[in-house]
Design a binder for this molecule. Sequence first.
Ligand code: NAD
Length: 515
Amino acid sequence: MVIESVNPATGEIVGEVESTAVNQIGRIISDARTAQSDWSALPLGTRAGILRKFGELLLSRRKIVTELMSKENGKPLVEAYASEIIPSLSFIKYYASKSGKMLRQRRVEIGIPLLKTKKAYVRYEPLGVVGIISPWNYPLMLPLGQIIPALMAGNAVVFKPSEFTPLVGALIGDFLWEVGISRKLFSIIHGGADVGAALVSSGIDRLFFTGSTATGRKVAELAARTLTPVSLELGSKDAMIVLADADIESAASGAMWGAFMNSGQTCVSVERCFVDEKIADRFIEALRKKVAELRTGAGTEAGSDIGAIIHKAQFEIIRRHISDATSKGARVVVGGEFSEDGGGHFIRPTVLADVPMDSILMKEETFGPVLPVVEFRNEREAIDLANASKFGLSASIWTADSKHGLDLAKKLHAGAVTVNDVISYYGISDGMVGGVKESGTGRVHGREGLLEMVTSKYYEVERAPRMKKLWWYRYDAILLSFFETATDFLFSKSVFRKIGSLFKLAPKILRIRKL
Ligand code: NAD
């Protein structure tokens, strides 16, 4: 079956790929397993060298990649550079240079004196074959944030890009193969839910899923049947809290960009804005003026701030969230216009005020260029409102007092909290992304992301192999008494008791008989 890639701004076909037959996946996994053992045997520096070449290729072909992303996903070219190419190149540089140190074995501290004849290590080893299932909203940066550390750690990767951005997915494969990664070590499977589900059940060693909470739940249920470990990066409804001392101009610009970049189709988009009632009118007015100036249009046109919505179904979800909120009393401050002219799906960036907390817009992920603004009376109420969500990916606090902002951040239930900025933390290689509650269970980027790609294994050598251990058979009253006293010696807080038990231990040790 053929999957057509459609330009969301024009409805035109950008290209097509052949869907992978579900019955081929077993063979792809077994080929990957064979390739993985050779790959993991290479020195880490050699693996890093190959991935650096991949980075160089991506850098030299960036124009082709950004244009394809803009056509296939609808995003403005500026965003294709700023939020896809630059973070991707940074992940490659980071993991190629830092993985060796981060995966260095750890010498185990042997605490119990009786075990001190041992020497032990914890080593980090590849998982084997990992599956990566990605969404369409960041078709390059999101998968590479997992593919690069997975390969650096010595794994084989089976990658399923979104069926809405298969061409960018295919390009990742072309570039990796061109720099010498084998087609068996890194393979691409194309398709939708059926192909994704087949990958989940295929016997891979771990699945990295990024997508909606609804699909993540299905994936987790399916993975549980084979006890396949899963890392889930899911949806959210991120809160932005604007305190009374915040710089209104900058907070309004930040809220606007945080809510509308990538047409609001970002997992860490600002989807709920809570503003102190003392500055609410000025903040909303500043927003209105700024948002009115934004230009909506095809991402490939240099003057477009807001690109197209990915597809009709997403367009309808956004429309439903806005109309539910207005039917419950929300006021449209700016925007609220929908257009399907020219074969694309466009929504003028929309700010809503007086939005009731029971509207769908305040509860479910909207994933569109819509910003609901709600006023609060005091900080405690702001925190309660922000935490009143089933999601918890990230949140932001805007204030002139950054120390106070960091204190408040501790009270927010989210995987990340930023003070006076939004979203851009996602591109910091050494940072960390991952949610709480229904936003997921996984961690990507930084050391935490790399450690998700390995299994930790314990290695031990007994340095006195001829010595029979005190805890081996035979068990008798002498041995029992020895361990009673030894427990006292090891853990008693009193120095006198410790000294006393040491004197008692010496004669006992001589009477212990071992088989
Ligand atoms: P989606 O859940 O519809 O699809 C994600 C991927 O899962 C696609 O590749 C799809 O083909 C595949 N899939 C669909 N059904 C499947 C099944 N039953 N089994 C296995 N795979 C299946 O999500 P989407 O619309 O592509 O992406 C948008 C969602 O992704 C939003 O909810 C967004 O918040 C979330 N997201 C989260 C993060 C994060 O870091 N937490 C990042 C980006 C996007």
